[in-house]
Design a protein around this ligand. Structure first.
Ligand code: FE2
Length: 182
């Protein structure tokens, strides 16, 4: 019997490393439309969040993807840094988010447009029903590092969220975290 080295290394509070890891960056200029207003003081090339993904070999039921979403503590006219937000194309596919560091909110929205948030903190584990839209929001002053696992055939339906946006937004103000109507 042979013993082989692991193909992947995941440092719990750090990066995901290995040949199969794909990295992407979301810059402010590509994320402007997520936010209530344009912040002209922010460099368009500011990195808002990064994703490191290990994609399964097949996008079929039974295959899993693994990733880190790393949201930087950027504010856009006081609005907290957040992911684009999506429904899954295949709504039977669920997902787990596990927080390695930072603090934030996981915003959910059901198919009728009702939204709510779950608090995210170091070690919190979040089960995501595939029928719910979901978005991560960094409400702190440090990186928010989330470990994600989901079915490789789930897909990301961004258009559905753009057509029916989350009805609330989260701001970081002097008095603390403030949630406002979108
Ligand atoms: Fe998802």
């Amino acid at each position: 019997m042979k013993i082989i080295n692991p193909e992947l290394i995941h440092y719990f509070n750090g990066d995901l490393q290995g040949k199969k890891v794909e990295r992407s960056c979301k810059l402010y200029k590509d994320a402007m439309s997520f936010y209530k207003s344009v912040d002209t003081s922010l460099n368009p090339d500011t990195v808002m969040y990064e994703v490191m993904t290990v994609n399964a070999d097949k996008k079929e039921p039974g295959y899993l993807n693994w990733a880190i979403s790393l949201l930087h503590p950027v504010k856009v006219n006081d609005e907290c840094c957040m992911t684009r937000g999506h429904f899954h194309v295949v709504t039977d596919c669920e997902e787990y988010y596990w927080c390695a560091e930072g603090e934030g909110l996981l915003m959910f929205m059901d198919e009728n447009g009702n939204d709510w948030c779950e608090k995210v903190c170091r070690n919190s584990l979040h089960h995501i029903d595939g029928h719910l839209a979901h978005r991560l929001i960094n409400t702190g002053n440090t990186d928010l590092r989330i470990i994600c696992c989901w079915n490789s055939n789930a897909g990301h339906d961004y258009r559905r969220v753009e057509a029916h946006p989350f009805p609330h937004r989260v701001f970081y103000r002097e008095e603390g975290i403030v949630i406002e109507d979108a």
